[in-house]
Every structure is written in structure tokens, then in C-alpha cells.
Write a protein that binds this ligand. Structure first.
Ligand SMILES: NC(=O)c1ccc[n+]([C@@H]2O[C@H](COP(=O)([O-])OP(=O)(O)OC[C@H]3O[C@@H](n4cnc5c(N)ncnc54)[C@H](O)[C@@H]3O)[C@@H](O)[C@H]2O)c1
Ligand SMILES: N[C@H](CO)Cc1c[nH]c[nH+]1
Ligand SMILES: [Zn+2]
Length: 804
């Protein structure tokens, strides 16, 4: 049962004055309008004015309303027609009215099965004139039953988005008060009294609807939370089950807030203020959604489109509820327009392409450095919010943690399309895993590994550092390898054996005791590439976990039946990998650290007028091809219009030759050229962005390295493409992204080490520092600390008699 009475509106006065003077009528959430007394327009106005009434029925007899108007009513939000005449019902069915929208009376009852399952007897259909808040409450209470000893009614409280806020109890009296006051009034079992929600805190509730469940032993209160805090729970969370996930409703709330308080220069404010920009973004995202191919791209692009659509809704004062109402109404339509798209959006069958079908030019947007708003937008990375990505990643991590190999195998099947029997490959790796590896490839990998080894061996800190800080106080620091390391080698859109060597070589240089690789298996044969296996063997890896993404990270952090738990996880990856690494690093149960957030690749090139446009373009594209979430930035120093044009043309020309053109196209769409007037400004810009890779294509490039404060790795001069660092020069390519170059170094040998300190204090040393220790311990109120020194100094005769 939804609500025990069906209020009947049978005059113009009822649908205007009566309902306005008795707002509690809406709590029923349902209404029957008399079609013999009201015009079609009055019925439609009513439905528009009172959207909280979800079930709107119209009582009709033949001749009350023209056939066209019957269809109009059903197409515009009327749920059902209440009829007494069978023949009239049949003729409406012939007209195209679906049978389930017709509720026939059997003389005394209307047996409704559409929307709600409820029999309305004539006593339950009551004219609104005679309904009072008390009679409404009596109807509810007398329909309810409870088998509880205290005679209270279980009451579910939800918000207007039907999100569950919590479970409370109502008494007959509290229900009456709730209806009378149209407020959240319940019965407190702990205090044994009526409980007006928010009476003391001010965070009251407006009651907007009441429903009874199917067997009338539970109530549902639909409320709007008032006051400064919208928390329902006494623990200050939105609901008694914790905070709500952000989702579309959360985004709407956030944007409504931003409409009021977004700073002038923020991107959201710019979107609110610039309808042309907003329109362009909606079109761009809609197009990207149409082009998205796999699940991850489609969800990504749809999320972007929803975001910009939501900005449009909020700035136009349209709520998500309005949109839902519209959807519901469309769902109720009995005649629909054909589903064809407008001709301009349909593919033209003509041989010659229409102008709008020609792919858009591949162009970086150009921004002046002094346009701070544009620069801020240009430098913002195209990444999903951590909280949003965490919502996807947390359940994956938790399942692998709780279910081990079983979950690992399931997620590999789901995300990588590979059904594994066993998720781990043990060393020595079987010969079939090396199939396809050429001698040329081995040589290339050997050369790269040797260079990386040389550079990382030189970084190895073996010595014990010893400093006598005071006579007799010797402090030392000695290195130890981290025992077990898990190395993540990406394999989503490209297989990266180079990452295997960038992580594996320093791990072996640092003498880590166990090296575990993890990489997503190939869809074609469920193996990892032979190049990765080759590197794994060369660096002495004990195992290769055949899994990627958050599930691989979780398996190595917590361990499974076949994956050993490691002490540290290193390696780059997409946003799922990075989020999972950040999650496990924060979980004290995992006891696992990480190298750094190394997400989607990015590059910033500083170029001046003398730079070779082809070189600049090739460097930008080399990182753009990594993924649609990569970003490339060119900071130009006093570039002429001609040079900018040359670079743009070179980017397009080279891009069109690339097999990963579609990825590049999407990356370039959120990449920019920023124009500066001096080298100093260009380096300021770069330090602000803190790029993973910084390429200097400027005259006397090495003289400018001193201006670099934040960057993962720097590529100095026109003949140092970033690809050299990616593969073979010897530096490491696992580098901080997202701007984390401000505080993190890239992977290096010490990333695989930890440093333990020791101190050795002699009696002379104790004499030198003991009093200082005692004084500080005293001020901290930590007497046992003080005693540990005092006892020793006393035994050594270093303190005067009677010292306290
Ligand atoms: N910063 C660095 O040092 C550095 C170095 C090399 C590569 N990279 C970056 O690493 C990234 C590699 O990304 P990739 O995607 O090619 O490979 P990846 O191995 O990082 O990710 C692939 C895995 O992501 C998971 N996944 C995909 N869609 C998912 C979804 N919808 N939900 C949950 N999990 C999902 C799957 O498990 C899949 O195995 C690129 O962005 C590249 O730019 C960075
Ligand atoms: N540029 C990447 C680091 O962001 C590393 C890489 C591997 N293969 C090619 N490039
Ligand atoms: Zn690269």
C-alpha cells in the first residue's frame, strides 16, 4: 500500500485554493482529478504545479474529454485513467491507450496495478474539501499495524532523491504531529518521548511525502533536510549508513554551491559566465562519447558530458529532479516521436564528405601567459577526481584482499578479457614465454639495461655515514635494501618492457631479496610479452603476477594464496593503478609503501624561436600517444606567429602518420601552447606545472638547468628527445606526474633502499647531552624519559648529590 486515501479534486477551486490552503494534501503523493469537472488545461496545470504528487489519476466518463485530449493527458504526466464504463475502456484501448493505464471500477473498487498496486474503495476516495490534517493522520494510523511490544511503527527516512537517511520509529501521536507540522517528527525510544528532529540543533526536516509499505507495517517518510548541516545522523554524517557517494546528486549540490562561491578565476566560474565555452564543451564531450569504444572510455566520456550538462542545468536553475520528472513523463507517453535523429546528425550517404564530417584539425590551443584564467585551465590535468576514482577502486581492492586469487582471476577476466587458471608465473619462466623474442630485441634491451644499471649502480649508497655530534656521541646511518618489492609494469594500451627494466634493474642493484613483477596478460594468449619475461629473468624476478590494474596492486599489497605480500609497490600505471597504490599505502593493515603517484605521462617543452618545429612536434607527440589522459604543453619563449604556425602544422603532419592517431587527437584536445615573453617566465610556468618530463629546446639549454625547481626529469638541448630517457640513456623513466614533481623524485636506487640510523653514546657523551635530554623531557612531562638519563648519570657520578 502506498497511501490509504486517494484525495479527490473535483472543482477548479480544489485544484487551486484548497490544495494551496492544505499543503498536507500533497503528503499523500497521489491524487484523483475529476475529468468531468476539470478542463484538460486545469489538469495539466495541476500536474506541473505539484510534482511531488507522483501518482496522478483522472476519473473519466465518455464525453468528458475529447480523444485527443485523453492522449495529451497521458503524454503529459497523467499515470492512469479511472473509468466505470467497460465499452469506453475498450474504445480507448483501440485508440492506443495501453491497458495497464486504464483502471476499471467493478462498482465499488478501483483495482489499480499501474505504478502502484492498490485497490481504492469508494470510502478511500475522499473529496479534498473534507480532508483535514487530522483525518489524513487517522487514515494513516488506522491502516498501520505493528507487532512490536512498544506499539511503535518502523519508519524509514529517505531524502527527496530516495536516498536512505536512516531508520527511526513513529508512534500514532508522532505521526499526527508530523502531518500537522509537515515536519520530521518521530518517537525516540531512548528518551521515551516525541522527538521533533532538529528541535534543538535547528536542523529540522520538512516532510514532503508519506508512504506505507506493501503490508502496512512500515512507514516511509520522504523529507528535505533543513538548516546549515544536512547531516541526518548523530555522528554528523549525511545518513546513518555514512556519507553518500558523490554521484550525480552530489555533483549537483557541489555545482549549486559553486554557483554561489566559485572564485572569479576558477574554471567552473568561467563555465558559468561563458555560455559559448559551455556550449562548445558540451558538444565536444558529446562527440567524444560517440567515439568512445571500450567500457572505460565510455564511462569516462559520459562522466565528462554529464559534468558539463550539469553545469548547464545548474546555471539555468534546472534541477536533476526536473530532468528526472521529464524522463518519467516521457516514459509515460503513449505516443512517441519516431526515434530518428535530426538529419544533420545522421551519416550522409553521399560519396563526397560534408564539411562537418571532415575530422577536426589537430591543433593545440594557444594561450597568452598573462591570461591567468586561461593558463590555469591549460595547466589543469585531464584527470578524474581522486574521490571518484577511489569509489571504483576501493571495492576491487577489498575483494582481492578478502577473496585472494579467486577475485584476482575474476577481475582479470572482467577487465582484461583473459580467463586464467593460475594468476602467477613462477621462475624459472617456461621457454614458451620467451617465444617471439628476437636477437635484435635482446641486444636493445641489454644495452638499455646496462646503461640503467651503470647510472643506478653509481647512485647506490653502501657506506655507513658516521658523525660524532658531540665528543662521545656517535650517530650513524646505514642502508639496507627493502626486502620484497612488487614492480608494476603497465600493459593496458601499450606493453612496456622498458618499465620492467626501469624498475627491475635498480631493484637488483639495490639487492632487494625478492622481486615480483605484475603486468596485465595479453588478450590474445593470456601471456605477458616475451620482452617483459626476458627482463624479469635478467633481474632475477621470482614471480610474474599475470594481472593489472587495482587488482594487481591489491594482490601484491596484501598477498593472496599465490602472490607474496610485498613491502613496497613501485611502477607507473593508469589512474586505477595509481589510486590503488595510494589506497594501500594509506592502509596500515597493508603495511606497504609505494614509490610515488606515477600516472598518465606528460611533457612540457620549453622552446624558443630557434627551435626546430619538427623536433618540438615529435617530442609533444611522443607523450601524447601514451593515452587520452596524457597531456603535453609547449611553453614558447617569444615565439613568432610564423613559428607557432610551423609547430602546429608539424604536430598535425606527424600525428596523421601515427598508428595511435585517435589517442593523440584526444590528448591534443586538452593540450596547449602557452606564450611567454622571457626565459624566466617560461621556467616559472614550468615550475608551476611541475611536469613529469621537461624538454629544453632553447639556445644554450644547459645554462638554464639552474632555473628548474620542479620536474621529474630534464632533457637538455635539441638532440635529447624524451624517448632516450624512456628507454636507453640510463636515467629512470618512472617519474612523478600530476604535479607531484614538486615533492617526489623519480624512481632511483634509493627508492629500493631504506636507511637505518644508530647512535652510540659513551659516558663522556652522556655527560655532554644528558642535561639537555632531561630538561626537554621535563618540559614534555615525560618523567620516565628523564629518569632513563638521570639514573645513568647518577651511577656515573655525573650529577650532584641530591639532584632531583
Ligand atoms: N609516470 C610514469 O613514470 C609512467 C611511465 C610509463 C607509463 N605511464 C603511464 O602508465 C599508464 C598505463 O596505462 P594503461 O591503461 O595503458 O595500462 P595499466 O596497466 O596501467 O592499466 C591497465 C589495467 O587497468 C585496469 N582497468 C582498465 N579499465 C578499468 C576500469 N574501467 N575499471 C577498473 N580497472 C580498469 C585493468 O585491470 C587493466 O589491466 C599510461 O597512462 C602511461 O602514460 C606512466
Ligand atoms: N614516457 C613514459 C613515462 O611517462 C615511459 C615510457 C615507456 N615506454 C615509452 N615511454
Ligand atoms: Zn614515453
Amino acid at each position: 500500500m502506498v497511501f490509504p486515501i486517494l484525495p479527490l479534486y473535483s472543482s477548479s477551486r480544489d485544484v487551486t485554493e484548497v490544495i494551496a490552503s492544505k499543503p498536507y494534501l500533497c503528503l499523500a503523493g497521489q491524487a484523483l482529478l475529476d475529468g468531468s469537472k476539470l478542463t484538460t488545461e486545469e489538469i495539466l496545470n495541476f500536474q506541473e504545479s505539484y510534482p511531488v504528487i507522483r501518482f496522478l489519476a483522472v476519473r473519466l466518463s465518455r464525453g468528458d474529454v475529447a480523444d485527443d485530449d485523453v492522449i495529451r493527458l497521458l503524454n503529459n504526466g497523467v499515470s492512469a485513467l479511472f473509468l466505470s464504463d467497460k465499452e469506453y475502456a475498450s474504445s480507448l484501448v483501440e485508440l492506443g491507450v495501453p491497458e495497464e493505464r486504464i483502471v476499471l471500477s467493478d462498482g465499488s473498487n478501483y483495482d489499480c496495478k499501474f505504478h502502484l498496486v492498490q485497490k481504492f474503495s469508494s470510502e478511500q476516495i475522499i473529496g479534498v474539501d473534507t480532508i483535514t490534517s487530522e483525518s489524513l493522520a487517522n487514515a494513516v494510523v488506522s491502516s498501520l499495524r505493528t507487532d512490536r511490544a512498544d506499539k511503535l511503527y518502523t519508519t524509514l527516512v529517505v531524502d527527496s532523491n530516495e536516498r536512505c537517511l536512516g531508520l527511526v520509529y513513529s508512534s500514532a501521536e508522532s505521526i499526527k504531529l508530523a502531518i500537522e507540522k509537515e515536519a520530521g517528527v518521530y518517537y525516540s525510544r531512548s528518551r521515551d518521548e516525541i522527538w521533533v528532529k532538529g528541535a534543538t540543533s535547528g536542523n529540522t526536516q520538512t516532510l514532503v511525502g508519506i508512504q506505507l509499505d506493501c503490508d502496512s507495517d512500515a512507514l516511509k517518510f520522504i523529507v528535505v533536510q533543513n538548516g546549515e548541516h544536512s547531516d541526518f545522523c548523530h555522528l554528523n554524517t549525511e545518513s546513518c549508513f555514512g556519507e553518500f557517494l558523490h554521484g550525480l546528486v552530489g555533483l549537483e549540490q557541489l555545482l549549486q554551491q559553486r554557483l554561489v562561491d566559485a572564485p572569479e578565476k576558477s574554471y567552473t566560474r568561467r563555465l558559468f559566465n561563458d555560455p559559448e565555452l559551455l556550449t562548445a564543451k558540451i558538444k565536444e564531450e558529446a562527440e567524444e562519447l560517440t567515439e568512445a569504444q571500450n567500457k572505460s572510455e565510455i564511462s569516462w566520456e559520459a562522466a565528462d558530458l554529464f559534468y558539463f550538462a550539469m553545469v548547464k542545468l545548474v546555471s539555468s536553475g534546472v534541477s536533476l529532479k526536473d530532468v528526472e520528472r521529464n524522463l518519467n513523463m516521457k516514459h509515460l507517453k503513449v505516443t512517441r516521436r519516431k526515434g530518428d535523429a535530426k538529419p544533420k546528425f545522421m551519416k550522409q550517404e553521399t560519396a563526397s564528405k560534408k564539411p562537418e564530417e571532415i575530422p577536426e584539425a589537430i591543433r593545440l590551443s594557444v594561450v597568452e601567459a598573462n591570461d591567468s584564467v586561461a593558463v590555469e585551465s591549460a595547466l589543469s590535468r585531464p584527470i578524474q577526481k581522486t574521490s571518484e576514482i577511489m569509489h571504483l577502486v576501493n571495492p576491487i581492492v577489498e575483494r582481492v584482499r578478502n577473496e585472494g586469487d579467486k577475485a584476482l582471476i575474476e577481475f582479470t577476466s572482467k577487465f582484461d578479457g583473459v580467463d586464467l587458471e593460475a594468476p602467477v608465473l613462477e621462475a624459472p619462466f617456461p621457454p614458451e614465454y620467451f617465444e617471439g623474442l628476437t636477437e635484435e630485441m635482446k641486444e636493445a634491451l641489454d644495452l638499455s639495461m646496462e646503461n640503467v644499471r651503470k647510472f643506478h649502480a653509481a647512485q647506490l649508497q653502501k657506506e655507513v655515514l658516521e658523525v660524532e655530534t658531540q665528543p662521545g656521541v656517535i650517530c650513524s646511518r646505514f642502508p639496507r635494501p627493502i626486502e620484497k618489492v612488487g614492480l608494476y609494469i603497465p600493459g593496458g594500451t601499450a606493453v612496456l618492457p622498458s618499465t620492467a627494466l626501469m624498475l627491475g634493474v635498480p631493484a637488483s642493484v639495490a639487492e632487494c631479496r625478492e622481486i615480483v613483477f605484475a603486468s596485465p596478460p595479453r588478450k590474445s594468449d593470456g601471456k605477458v610479452s616475451p620482452e617483459v619475461v626476458y627482463v624479469a629473468e635478467k633481474v632475477g624476478a621470482s614471480k610474474i603476477v599475470l594481472a593489472g590494474g587495482a587488482q594487481a596492486v591489491a594482490a601484491m599489497a596484501y598477498g593472496t594464496e599465490s602472490v607474496p605480500k610485498v613491502d613496497k609497490i613501485l611502477g607507473p600505471g593508469n589512474q586505477f593503478v595509481t589510486a590503488a597504490k595510494m589506497y594501500v599505502q594509506n592502509d596500515t593493515q597493508a603495511l606497504c609503501s609505494i614509490d610515488m603517484p606515477a600516472g598518465p605521462s606528460e611533457v612540457l617543452v620549453i622552446a624558443d624561436e630557434k627551435a626546430d618545429a619538427d623536433f618540438v612536434a615529435s617530442d609533444l607527440l611522443s607523450q601524447a600517444e601514451h593515452g587520452i589522459d596524457s597531456q603535453v604543453i609547449l611553453v614558447g619563449v617569444s615565439l613568432s606567429e610564423k613559428k607557432i604556425q610551423e609547430i602546429q602544422e608539424a604536430v598535425e603532419k606527424q600525428a596523421l602518420q601515427l598508428p595511435r592517431l585517435e589517442i593523440v587527437r584526444k590528448c591534443i584536445a586538452h593540450s596547449s601552447i602557452i606564450l611567454c615573453n622571457s626565459y624566466e617566465d617560461a621556467f616559472d610556468m614550468s615550475n608551476k606545472y611541475a611536469p613529469e618530463h621537461l624538454i629544453l629546446q632553447i639556445e644554450n639549454a644547459s645554462d638554464y638547468v639552474k632555473l628548474v625547481d620542479n620536474a621529474g626529469s630534464v632533457f637538455v638541448g635539441a638532440f635529447t628527445p624524451e624517448s632516450c630517457g624512456d628507454y636507453s640513456s640510463g636515467t629512470n623513466h618512472t617519474l612523478p606526474t600530476y604535479g607531484y614533481a614538486r615533492q617526489y623524485s623519480g624512481v632511483n636506487t634509493s627508492t629500493f633502499q631504506k636507511f637505518i640510523t644508530a647512535q652510540n653514546v659513551t659516558p663522556q657523551g652522556l655527560e655532554n647531552i644528558g642535561r639537555a635530554v632531561m630538561s626537554v623531557a621535563k618540559v614534555e612531562g615525560l618523567d620516565a624519559h628523564r629518569n632513563a638519563v638521570k639514573i645513568r648519570m647518577q651511577k656515573l657520578g655525573l650529577l650532584p648529590e641530591g639532584f632531583v
